[in-house]
Design a binder for this molecule. Structure first.
Ligand SMILES: NC(=O)c1ccc[n+]([C@@H]2O[C@H](COP(=O)([O-])OP(=O)(O)OC[C@H]3O[C@@H](n4cnc5c(N)ncnc54)[C@H](OP(=O)(O)O)[C@@H]3O)[C@@H](O)[C@H]2O)c1
Length: 199
């Protein structure tokens, strides 16, 4: 798959490294593609990784992962709304200090044709770098063919995808982050903490 990853911080670089190594082509969308840390990142990944502007990455990606600060989301979505049209979008960003931490309202208003998913927002990045064997990842979003792509990308990180339903379940996916924080930080169980559904 061609994947646009907006942001090369903890989340963008961790997921991007794994997807490039799994054989996907990753276009990191960054404000300054020449930044030494960004160049170092793509050099370690070889031909499967590119550093380009946010606009160029969105154009190149069939899937677009948002891994930028929550407070940059609304402006970035609005500025790139027409290029995002029809794409598979994964919102991994958290508006930590806001009552609603996802950006689904903005995506729905600005990019109504997108296939919209909420994933990779409710664990710390350590669980993407080295997942504990058998860990589940709860996600939600548009039902249909595009779900297969999202599930493939979750599996390529080493996690088991657990679908919680359509875009109306975004609040439930976000509430898992609260549970994760309550245990990892509140109960001092550590950031390398993940969940597993038993049936
Ligand atoms: N850290 C975690 O464990 C974790 C887990 C789940 C979800 N998240 C969420 O994922 C997102 C990224 O977190 P992170 O820890 O990876 O952050 P980070 O390490 O601080 O990286 C942020 C990235 O976003 C870029 N960026 C900053 N402001 C931007 C803007 N206005 N427009 C475009 N790009 C911008 C930065 O690039 P520059 O070099 O240009 O500044 C950097 O590449 C956040 O929304 C966070 O809440 C984080």
């Amino acid at each position: 798959m061609n994947i646009a990853i907006l942001g090369t911080g903890n989340i963008g670089s961790t997921l991007g490294k794994k997807w490039a190594k799994a054989g996907h082509t990753v276009y990191f969308g960054v404000r300054n593609p020449q930044k030494p840390e960004v160049q170092e990142l793509i050099n370690t990944l070889g031909a499967n990784a590119h550093a380009v502007s946010l606009e160029q990455a969105i154009k190149a990606g069939e899937v677009v992962l948002f891994a930028i600060p929550g407070n940059a989301m609304d402006e970035t979505i609005t500025a790139n709304a027409s290029a995002l049209s029809g794409k598979i979008i994964i919102d991994a960003a958290n508006k930590i200090s806001s009552p609603v931490i996802d950006s689904f309202a903005t995506f729905t208003a600005q990019v109504p044709t997108a296939k919209l998913y909420r994933a990779f927002n409710n664990y710390g990045w350590e669980n993407f770098e080295t997942p504990l064997p058998g860990s589940d990842l709860f996600y939600c979003g548009t039902d249909g063919e595009s779900r297969k792509a999202v599930e493939t990308l979750i599996a390529d990180i080493g996690l088991n995808p657990v679908y919680l339903g359509g875009t109306d379940q975004v609040g439930l996916v976000d509430s898992i982050l609260k549970l994760w924080f309550a245990l990892s930080s509140g109960q001092k169980m550590g950031r390398h903490l993940a969940f597993k559904v038993l049936t």
